[in-house]
Design a protein around this ligand. Structure first.
Ligand code: C5P
Length: 217
């Protein structure tokens, strides 16, 4: 029997990791979990009920009640939701409350794809395939800007670059589970790649890892 194919896809905002995770899920017939949505949901639901992202206890209570089925709300995909998410994500108790759900998903018998910030380091350190997807901040800001405009948000390019740099600093600098490349993750810089080229590179990384060959890049 072959081992389940668990693919960890980490990296900063708008690096392309979400689309790559979705496409790998389609290619290999695996369920995909966007773990950022969990943190986004906690942040939005907390503020909706009158709470504040710096209130660790209130955020944790919401995280404890969250289920993977609760992630469909389009409000979780807004710019503001990303900001709330990175604020609640600094609380260790919130991260702990969301861990079981993610680790249960990672242990599915047929395999899974999960994208986030700490999947290859904390949630599934034994994953047989790990990617760390990144791109230059200016490129990521341009992508996120276009995406938010298409969603109907009134944003400027400068605001989005600031968001991205602030979020990189907060996610990379927090004490618990900071955003960092796992030692055994293959680095994929998508700055100069279309999403099709990036997906193909990711697929080759998966194939090489499955064949025990390491990085093909
Ligand atoms: O990936 P996305 O932009 O949706 O993530 C939103 C925020 O959630 C990130 O900026 C980060 O603070 C947090 N996050 C996290 N760990 C994960 C996924 C997301 O801390 N595995």
């Amino acid at each position: 029997m072959t081992a389940p194919l668990m693919i960890a896809v980490d990296g900063p905002a708008a690096s392309g990791k979400g689309t790559i995770a979705t496409r790998l899920g389609e290619i290999y017939g695996l369920p995909v979990l966007d773990s950022g949505l969990l943190y986004r949901a906690v942040g939005v639901l907390l503020v909706r009920q009158g709470g504040r992202p710096d209130d660790a206890a209130a955020a944790t209570a919401i995280a404890e009640g969250l289920a993977a089925e609760d992630l469909d709300d389009p409000a979780f995909r807004t710019r503001q939701a990303g900001e709330y998410a990175s604020q609640v994500a600094v609380h260790s108790a919130v991260r702990l409350a969301l861990r079981d759900l993610q680790q249960g998903f990672a242990r599915r018998p047929d395999g899974a794809v999960i994208d986030g910030r700490d999947i290859g380091t904390v949630i599934a350190p034994d994953a047989p395939v790990k990617l760390y997807v990144t791109a230059r901040p200016e490129v990521r800001a341009e992508r996120r800007f276009r995406q938010l405009l298409a969603q109907g948000e009134a944003v400027t390019h400068v605001d989005i670059l600031e968001d991205i740099l602030r979020r990189d600093a907060r996610d990379g600098g927090r004490a618990d589970s900071p955003m960092v490349r796992a030692k055994d993750a293959v680095l994929l810089d998508t700055s100069e790649m279309t999403i099709d080229v990036a997906t193909d590179a990711a697929r080759r990384i998966v194939e090489a890892a499955r064949a025990g060959r390491g990085s093909p890049l």
